[in-house]
Design a protein around this ligand. Structure first.
Ligand SMILES: [Fe+2]
Ligand SMILES: [Fe+2]
Length: 171
């Protein structure tokens, strides 16, 4: 399969938002995905992460939530969804897809991982905990992720509803 570093974001996001079951303006919606994407690309530039994988993680990891609270299977469901879109909306190698799916499946388990791409995904999600009033903790982040805590926390608190628009502006 051809490996490309790019994909049609409008088509992918349209598909994801179209099937999203919960509040589009809620804590796990596109405004969160946009901040996770920015954190993933920022941290990933330092960690050497696969930037295509971490961007796809941002868009997909919470896409299968069925509520805003207890939904322990939303990661595994989203990993299956990501697999179904490979070769349709983006093109990943088997190794890339494996990392993406592992990161998505286990993103809310609270662990750390030695692979820089997987850990960058988890850093990016955890760096947006300020939106629910939790300050990110360095012990759950890579060294590169920990450097972003203050800026990320202020960003989460300052504009929780506006990054959605910024996301679409990126397209
Ligand atoms: Fe999640
Ligand atoms: Fe998330």
């Amino acid at each position: 399969m051809t490996v490309t570093g790019d994909f049609d974001r409008i088509a992918l996001l349209g598909l994801i938002v179209g099937q999203f079951r919960i509040n589009r303006h809620g804590e796990h919606g596109p405004n969160h995905w946009a901040r996770v994407r920015k954190h993933a690309l920022t941290v990933g530039a330092s960690t050497g992460a696969d930037l295509l994988v971490v961007e796809l993680f941002a868009f997909l990891h919470d896409s299968q939530r069925r509520n805003e609270n207890e939904d322990p299977l939303h990661g595994p469901r989203a990993a299956d969804y990501a697999t179904s879109l490979n070769g349709v909306r983006f093109e990943l190698t088997a190794e890339q897809l494996e990392k993406l799916c592992f990161a998505i499946r286990h993103h809310s388990d609270g662990g750390k991982h030695p692979d820089p791409t997987i850990q960058t995904c988890w850093d990016a999600d955890r760096l947006d905990l300020g939106r629910v009033g939790i300050k990110p903790a360095a012990r759950y982040l890579s060294a590169a992720g920990a450097k972003e805590i203050e800026a990320a926390y202020q960003w989460s608190l300052a504009s929780p509803e506006q990054e959605d628009l910024r996301l679409w502006g990126l397209l």
